[in-house]
Ligand binder design. Structure first.
Ligand code: AMP
Ligand code: MG
Length: 314
């Protein structure tokens, strides 16, 4: 049963993974409307399965307390990051997940090397960290808007044409270091079409309960659409690695994007295959000693306690 589910999940996400070392052209290689012949109704069931599996694997990850998982979400405005996080996380234990949203950096953050603020929010062993926007903004918004780079006050000898190539290398090295230390890194890009972004912006303007999500700056940023597509294509080409792959999630249909995001996370956890720790002979004896002590305290007249071994959970 679990194997069958694992197989289905692996099949669903395989076409979304960016093979390391390939040159990606987003418009040519990935269709924002792709939905793998699924119907919305089948999708609902799949999402439920995903949420259940996540809960199970998260509990094992926490109990094993050896690996952490970093889940990076990137998208343009209205790409669906917030909704994806809400749905995918719905079955998880809040104690083991931290969501960090990265905005325009503060003065203090700008006074440090560019990865500093992200390092602060990495997951502990046993935990899952979600980055809503991530260190990848450092090769996206920072690349599209040169004045943002100016504010980073880099030493002059590090500026120039080679800067982006170097940043890609540094990010790959950082993620490799994390992976080699038990922190698994997975990256999702929600790939939205320009038309669908327009539709979602219009809804944000027209529906009062969505107004708070809209800012005039979003429409200004949309003017840089082509620059962003180029920056995303380069990012995907340079930083999908064997140790930290990128997945391009078709994002025009929210329900499908959510299924895919949940499937990637489940797949990652299944590959890690965390196990509940088993206890040794000594610890087992200690447990039995404690049990005998508790038995001696059974109040008069109460029914017998359940015999040992009859309860394996709890
Ligand atoms: P939102 O996610 O809609 O709250 O917007 C956050 C804003 O912060 C976006 O406009 C991002 O482009 C911006 N942002 C995130 N990271 C950075 C960064 N490293 N440098 C500059 N701007 C950033
Ligand atoms: Mg926004």
């Amino acid at each position: 049963m679990a194997d069958k589910r694992a197989e289905r999940i692996a099949e669903l996400i395989a076409p979304l993974r960016v093979p390391p070392g390939t040159r990606v052209d987003l418009a040519r290689d990935f269709d924002p409307r792709y939905k793998a012949h699924l119907k919305k109704r089948q999708g609902r069931e799949l999402l439920r399965t995903g949420v259940e599996l996540l809960a199970e694997y998260q509990a094992r990850l926490a109990a094993q307390n050896t690996y952490g998982v970093l889940f990076c979400l990137q998208a343009l405005d209205a790409g669906g990051k917030d909704g994806t996080i809400r749905h995918v996380m719905s079955g998880m234990n809040p104690q083991g997940v931290q969501v960090s949203s990265f905005k325009v950096p503060s003065v203090e953050e700008l006074d440090h090397d560019y990865l500093w603020r992200y390092a602060h929010h990495l997951p502990a062993r046993g935990d899952i960290a979600v980055f809503n926007r991530s260190h990848y903004e450092e090769v996206l918004v920072v690349r599209v808007h040169p004045d943002v780079l100016d504010r980073q006050r880099l030493p002059p000898e590090t500026r120039g044409k080679k800067l982006w190539k170097r940043r890609f290398r540094q990010i790959n090295d950082w993620e490799r270091y994390l992976t080699e230390n038990g922190i698994t890194v997975v990256k999702l890009f929600l790939n939205l079409s320009k038309d669908e972004q327009r539709t979602r912006f219009l809804q944000r303007i027209d529906r009062p309960e969505k107004n708070w999500k809209f800012s005039a700056a979003d429409v200004r940023e949309r003017r840089f659409w082509d620059d962003y597509q180029r920056a995303f294509s380069r990012m995907l080409s340079e930083t999908s690695t064997p140790w930290a792959p990128w997945y391009v999630i078709p994002a025009d249909r929210k329900w499908f994007a959510r299924i895919c995001a949940s499937a990637v996370l489940v797949h990652t956890l299944m590959e890690l295959d965390p196990q509940y720790p088993t206890i040794g002979e000594r610890a087992r004896e200690d447990l039995l000693t404690a049990r005998r002590e508790l038995e001696e305290q059974t109040p008069e007249g109460t029914p017998d306690d359940p015999p040992p071994r009859s309860r394996t959970e709890g």
